[in-house]
Every structure is written in structure tokens, then in C-alpha cells.
Design a protein around this ligand. Sequence first.
Ligand SMILES: Nc1ncnc2c1ncn2[C@@H]1O[C@H](COP(=O)(O)OP(=O)(O)O)[C@@H](O)[C@H]1O
Ligand SMILES: [Mg+2]
Length: 414
Amino acid sequence: MGERVGPYEVTELLAAGGMAEIFLGHKDGPGGFEKQLVIKRIAKKLLGDREIEHMFVDEARVQALLDHPNIVQIYDFGEDRGSYFMAMELVRGCTLRWTIDNANAVRRPIPMQHALRIAADVLCGLHYAHERADDDGKALKLIHRDISPVNVLISRAGIAKLCDFGVAKSEIQRVMTRAGIVKGKFRYMSPEQLNAGELDRRADLFAVGTVLWEMLTGRRLFDQQDEDDVVAAIRSGDYPAPSELRPGVPRPIDRILRKALHSNRDRRFRSAREFQLACEEILRMLPSASNSVLVGEYVSAELDGTAGLGVPTRRRQYTPENDSLLASGFEVLDPPVPSSPTTISNPPSADYADEGSDRVAPPPGLTGRVAGAMLMAPAVVFGGLGKAIEGIGSLFSPKRRDPEVRVTRTRMRD
Ligand SMILES: Nc1ncnc2c1ncn2[C@@H]1O[C@H](COP(=O)(O)OP(=O)(O)O)[C@@H](O)[C@H]1O
Ligand SMILES: [Mg+2]
């Protein structure tokens, strides 16, 4: 038996950040009914902090207004023993953070078409949130302010969902950010957000740009050690194009990122919808398709390790006594990023040894041949070896020219 929170029973701690604890929970009903869901509540150490409580209520009130497939759905909000909790849709899958880290660890970049599909999903949910008005038609002027790979969940069904409206700003919130206070994650912030200036939706578009850039290159756009250097880099507005780091990225992708990441927000996309449609247009030009089925197959294969990696084991029971699990920053939703290949058979020869990220060291003993095998392995997933080579191998091989680029250029008049 786990702990009860309102009408729910919580069984497993999924994540514990600075402010909140996230649990796997369920509600049972007659006749064997059982619904699994996620319970989020204020971290114990912050109980009684009025400002945090108000922020948490604001978060729930904002999320309750959002009913969209690309936004995590809230089901319920309540109070239990002096603390608030939310019940939310359980997204079975992984965070985008895990997806990127895993892609780096196994040296198999996220297929470009899936990166664009995930970004387009996030932008679709974001546009809906940006446009949301109250019942009287008054715009809520919602800004998420904290878009980053940990706040994007990808379900095994292949849908990307935005979560964590914890620092969102809107017309309905009660806790107003004091002037000069910056909220959100530093490395994904727009220049105007860093300046603690007046924000609008275009700050979120910049953040989606940094996330898409990271999905494509496997590197954080603002990866400097020193915070001052991060600030200087963000303000410089001078970022490498993804194609400089990942050969085969077509020019139109560079172009949309240049636009999304423009330091002058007047030069960015005007809305998430405009940015989304630009991603969708490029998607139609790529030789390999992406849709929810294919993204679902991709993340499931990565999570299950069917691409040559062992399945990480991860199950921990949560009980109130077992409080040591609540160490801050502890995340158990995502399996550990694999560190070494376990089952690889019949590796075809290919040389990808110089491909990949500078952040994660290659797994021990990962030779060019083995890395090649890992690149090819998703053939099954993507519906045929030929397609996998075209859709994955050729896109990431620095030594091969990519026919896709030519097709794309011609058709898009680049
Ligand atoms: N609905 C959900 N389904 C599955 N996992 C979730 C869900 N909501 C949150 N998580 C997991 O919990 C983590 C933290 O949740 P989040 O709402 O972002 O809390 P915080 O405000 O502490 O950042 C997420 O990065 C994700 O790993
Ligand atoms: Mg979060």
C-alpha cells in the first residue's frame, strides 16, 4: 500500500525538483476499475510557504484552462493534510531530455524528421496556450516561460506534450513576478527574458528554437560553464547553424532556426503557429516521413533498448517511510541513459566514429563498426533497411553527400 493523497494512492516517486514532488498514483473504483495518473504536490520542505502555495494554485488554474493533446491534461486539484496536490494525465514515455541524452550516449542522433515533428507538436500546444482566452473572450496572454527538454514529455504513442506551467505568466495568476526577477531555465532563455524585460509569446518561441537546435545537434546551444559566458552568448545573437554541426541538415532548417533564435524578437516568428507551419513545410520535403506512429516507434525502440542496448531496470516503491527517495533533483521517470551496448549482432561496417556530440563520451569499446551497427539497427523500426539508410545513415554520415539536401534545396528554392 502506498500513501494516500486525497482520493488517490501514490506508489512511486517519479521526480522531485526544487519545488514539487511528482508521483505515480492511481484511483480505484468498483468492478476492478483502476486509473493510473500522476500526482504533483508541493515539496515537503516548502509546506507552509504562502508564495509557493499561491504559485502552485496558479499553475493548476492555468493548466485547468488548457485542453489540448500537446499539453499535459490536469484532471483534479485538491487539498490533503494542509497541502495542495494536482492529479494529471500520466504520459507513458520519456522526457525530451532523456531522448536527447540517450541519442548522444548511443551516438545515434534523433532522426531529423522526428526532431521537427516533436518541435511542431510542442508549438501546436503552445499556440493553443498563447491564444487561450477566458469565457468572456478576454485573452489570458499566457507565456510558459520555462520551455526546455525536461518540460517536454514524449509518449510512447508518439505525441509530444508540454508540461510544467509552474512559472507561466498570465492574466489570471495571483502571484506576480516582481520586477527584476527572472524565472525559467537560464540556458533556454531569450535575451529579453535575461534582461527581466516585459515578455510576450516570442520568448517561448526562442526557447523552442533552442530546444529544436539541441535536438538536431545533440548539444546545448548555451553550454558555457560560466553563467556570465552563457549570458554573453545569449545576448550575442551569434549561434552556429545546425548544419555546421550535423552535416546533412538542409538549409531551410538552418533558416527557420536563425529566425526563431533572432535576438531581436521583431525578427522572429510572430506566433507558434507560424513556426509550427514552417516546421511542417520542411517535414513535407524530407524523404523520411514523421508522424505520431513513427515517433512512437522511435521512442519505444530507444526506451526498450531494441536498437542494440539493454533494457534499463527501474522500479522503486514509494512509501512515506522511504523518504530518502526525495533527494532534490532525483529523477526516475526516465530510465538511466545507457552507457554501453549490450547486444549487437552482425555489425555492418561503417565509420561514424567522428559523428556525435561533444557532451557525452562514446560508450567504452564503441568502435566505428559497432556505432555503425547501432545506427542501422532502427531499420526495423523505420520500416526497412533501405529507408533506414536513407533516413538515418546518410543524414548523419559526414562522409556521404545527402541526396535529401539537393531535393530539398530544389523544391524549396534555397
Ligand atoms: N504527467 C506526467 N506524466 C509523466 N511524467 C511526468 C508528468 N508530469 C511530470 N512528469 C515528470 O516529472 C518531472 C517534473 O515535473 P514538472 O511538472 O516539470 O515539475 P517541476 O515543477 O518540479 O519542474 C518532469 O520532467 C517529468 O520527468
Ligand atoms: Mg519541470
